[in-house]
Design a protein around this ligand. Structure first.
Ligand SMILES: [Zn+2]
Length: 225
C-alpha cells in the first residue's frame, strides 16, 4: 500500500504529535520541533487504519454532497421541510418562502447568491430568536451571534462568549437546530466536552444523542458542493 501522504506538517512548541483529518480529507500533522521525520512516519503507520477510515468517510461525504444548479424545480430544505424552487415574475424581494421557495425571475441568473443570502438572513433571524429564548430559560448570557458558512462545524462558542452558527444549519429539522443552540449555550458554562458538559446538555434535551446522530448521518443534506 502506498505511503500515507502528509498534506500539511505544522511544527510548534507542543509536546505531542497530533493528527487531524480535515473535512476535505486532508491529513494535517502537528508535531514538536524535536520530532524526527522517522518518528512521525512511524506514528502515522501505526494510525494508518484510523486515518484511512476517516479519509474515506470524508471522501464519501463529499461524493454524496448535493449538486445543485439553482434552477426552478429543485428542492431546498428549510427547517427540515423541503420546498420546490419556483421562479415568479412579480416578487417584492429576491427570494420569498411560501408553499414553495419563490425566486424573482429577474435575479434567476444569480440564483445561488440570492438563495444563499436568503438562508443567511433566515439563519440569523431564527437562530437569534431561538438562542435568546434558551438564554432566558437557562439564565445564560451570550455576547452576540454570528452566522458563518462553515460546512461541518455547525456551531461554536467563541472568544468573549460570541456564539457562531453556520447558515447551513437552518436546513436541519427544528429539533436539530435546537440541539446545536443548546450545545453552544452550554459551552458558556463549560468550555469543553467533559461529562459535566454533556450532563448539562442532557438536562436541557434528554434525547440530544438522537439529534447528534442525525447531524452525523445527514450533514450532506445541509448545503451543497
Ligand atoms: Zn462543543
Amino acid at each position: 500500500m502506498a505511503e500515507i501522504k502528509i498534506d500539511q506538517l505544522i511544527r510548534s512548541h507542543r509536546r505531542t504529535i497530533g493528527l487531524q483529518i480535515t473535512n476535505d480529507a486532508r491529513l494535517i500533522v502537528r508535531a514538536p520541533h524535536s520530532a524526527s521525520e522517522g518518528f512521525i512516519r512511524k506514528l502515522i503507520s501505526r494510525k494508518e487504519s484510523w486515518i484511512i477510515a476517516k479519509q474515506d468517510f470524508f471522501k464519501q461525504r463529499q461524493n454524496k454532497a448535493v449538486i445543485r444548479k439553482f434552477v426552478p424545480g429543485e428542492e431546498f430544505l428549510f427547517l427540515g421541510e423541503s420546498y420546490q424552487l419556483v421562479a415568479v415574475e412579480d416578487l417584492p424581494k429576491a427570494v420569498v418562502l411560501g408553499d414553495s421557495l419563490m425566486i424573482s425571475s429577474v435575479v434567476l441568473a444569480n440564483a445561488r447568491d440570492h438563495i444563499e443570502n436568503w438562508y443567511k438572513d433566515q439563519a440569523l433571524a431564527y437562530i437569534s430568536q431561538r438562542t435568546a429564548n434558551y438564554a432566558i430559560m437557562t439564565g445564560l448570557k451570550f455576547q452576540s451571534i454570528r452566522i458563518n458558512s462553515a460546512t461541518t462545524r455547525w456551531g461554536s462558542c467563541g472568544y468573549k462568549d460570541t456564539l457562531n452558527f453556520t447558515w447551513r444549519l437552518i436546513m436541519a429539522p427544528i429539533k436539530v437546530v435546537d440541539y446545536v443552540i443548546i450545545h453552544e449555550l452550554m459551552h458558556l458554562k463549560q468550555k469543553n466536552h467533559s461529562r459535566k458538559f454533556w450532563a448539562e446538555v442532557a438536562q436541557m434535551m434528554p434525547d440530544y444523542k438522537q439529534e447528534e446522530r442525525w447531524l452525523k448521518h445527514n450533514s450532506h443534506l445541509l448545503g451543497w458542493a
